[in-house]
Design a protein around this ligand. Structure first.
Ligand SMILES: [Ca+2]
Ligand SMILES: [Ca+2]
Length: 194
């Protein structure tokens, strides 16, 4: 029986040693984990700072222009590409409420910026601010100025006469313009002058 007691003691001592070892292991694993977490937080913080800096630079690179949230800066003006589709007049009202108007594209550079964005995102019909609603054939920008020159129409456009009085970027014709029926629901682009 003494022998049995001695055996049990030996087993207990061995188990105690193992428990101590496991405790030490888990302690150092915990320390390691805490170090990793601290390291990760440092990296996350520094990335956040960097992103904030870059966003700030994008907003302010063009002179002193700052665009509202969701607006992109291009050549001193701000543009927002909608994520919803609306008839022309509703799109127009939304842009006006935001303090701007539907986007104008008075030169190739601006047209290409807008068209490329559509090409790289929705690839769908997208209203710009150009219509001949008031006088057939007289195209007026949503800022009240007249279209000067030919415009950047797709082949054989505009072709809709009094039936089609609102212009949009038209993926089917190389992302140039088409006159379409104003009640159609398309994506739209708002512009705020910088
Ligand atoms: Ca027309
Ligand atoms: Ca047309």
């Amino acid at each position: 029986q003494l022998q049995q007691v001695a055996d049990v003691q030996t087993v207990l001592i061995a188990q105690q040693a193992q428990i101590t070892r496991l405790q030490n292991d888990s302690q150092s694993a915990e320390i390691h984990l805490l170090n990793l977490l601290a390291e990760q937080k440092k990296i996350t913080d520094s990335l956040k700072n960097r992103v904030a800096q870059l966003e700030e630079r994008i907003r302010t690179t063009d002179g002193a222009v700052t665009c509202p949230a969701r607006y992109w800066l291009f050549n001193g003006n701000c543009y927002r590409f909608s994520i919803d589709q609306k008839p022309y007049n509703e799109s127009q009202a939304i842009c006006h409420e935001e303090g701007g108007h539907l986007a104008t594209a008075k030169n190739n550079e601006t047209h290409n910026f807008l068209a490329n964005h559509v090409r790289n995102t929705t690839k769908q019909n997208t209203w710009i601010g150009l219509s001949d609603l008031e006088n057939e054939g007289l195209w007026v920008w949503d800022d009240g100025t007249l279209l000067v020159g030919e415009g950047i129409w797709g082949t054989n456009e505009p072709n809709g006469g009094t039936r089609e009085n609102c212009a949009h970027i038209y993926p089917s014709k190389d992302y140039r313009w088409n006159d379409s029926t104003c009640p159609s629901s398309y994506y739209y682009i708002c512009e705020i002058r910088g």
